[in-house]
Design a binder for this molecule. Structure first.
Ligand SMILES: C[S@@+](CC[C@H](N)C(=O)[O-])C[C@H]1O[C@@H](n2cnc3c(N)ncnc32)[C@H](O)[C@@H]1O
Length: 197
């Protein structure tokens, strides 16, 4: 696992893996983001755990900010996608440095299976603070239900140490938040949870 972690620290290798194993998943994620987030002037969007910034290309009119703790990814995202209206900053998802209500929407893809429960709750509280109820949209890795062994194996090999079942994830959310929408989906072999707070 240490080797995988190390290799995924290289933005180009990370992009290759994402575009091969997770191609179908990413296609679905992009469709959801296009459906849920209005790309209009005056809309401010925060992408928490933005990685190498690939979702920034979805926003042509809205202002997009990508935040990630990995400075190497932020550097790569800035060189590749940075322009007026699209910015990337290094920061911690559990302590956002923005004022309350600063953003119109927050979204996060594939972040929370890297974080323990208390950090997930802290980060979602921060997302709600900076965007507001109904404006936080998350898609995240989960273990598949029985019968999808390749998908299970891929999730076991994931760098995220906190992959949850749908049931455990839903329980965690319902213990702390007013969940507006929640569902399990599958992209290719990979299962994921979609929710809106
Ligand atoms: C699986 S990647 C997902 C990247 C991107 N959202 C995507 O879907 O392609 C998870 C990202 O979360 C970032 N991350 C992990 N813990 C974080 C934290 N506490 N604060 C901010 N980013 C974090 C990692 O650096 C990594 O870029």
């Amino acid at each position: 696992m240490g080797v995988i972690n190390h290799l995924m620290g290289f933005p180009r290798l990370y992009a290759f893996v994402q575009n091969s194993i997770a191609r179908s998943l990413h296609h679905q994620v992009k469709s959801s983001l296009c459906r849920d987030l209005p790309d209009k002037t005056g809309v401010d969007i925060l992408d928490i755990g933005c990685g190498i910034g690939d979702y920034s290309v979805l926003f042509k009119q809205a202002t997009y900010t990508g935040l990630d703790k990995d400075e190497c990814y932020i550097h790569s995202a800035t060189s590749k996608y940075g322009r007026p209206g699209v910015t990337f900053i290094a920061g911690d998802a559990t302590k956002l440095s923005f004022s309350s209500g600063h953003f119109s929407y927050c979204f996060s893809v594939g972040l929370y299976h890297h974080l323990p429960d208390d950090a997930v709750v802290a980060s979602l509280q921060e997302a709600l603070r900076v965007a507001g109820p109904g404006r936080v949209i998350v898609m995240d890795a989960i273990f598949p239900p029985r019968g999808n062994f390749p998908g299970y194996l891929l999730r076991r090999l994931d760098r995220g140490k906190f992959v949850r079942t749908f049931t455990a994830y839903e329980q965690l959310l319902r213990n702390h938040f007013n969940v507006q929408e929640i569902t399990a989906k599958r992209g290719g072999l990979l299962d994921y949870i979609y929710y809106r707070l």
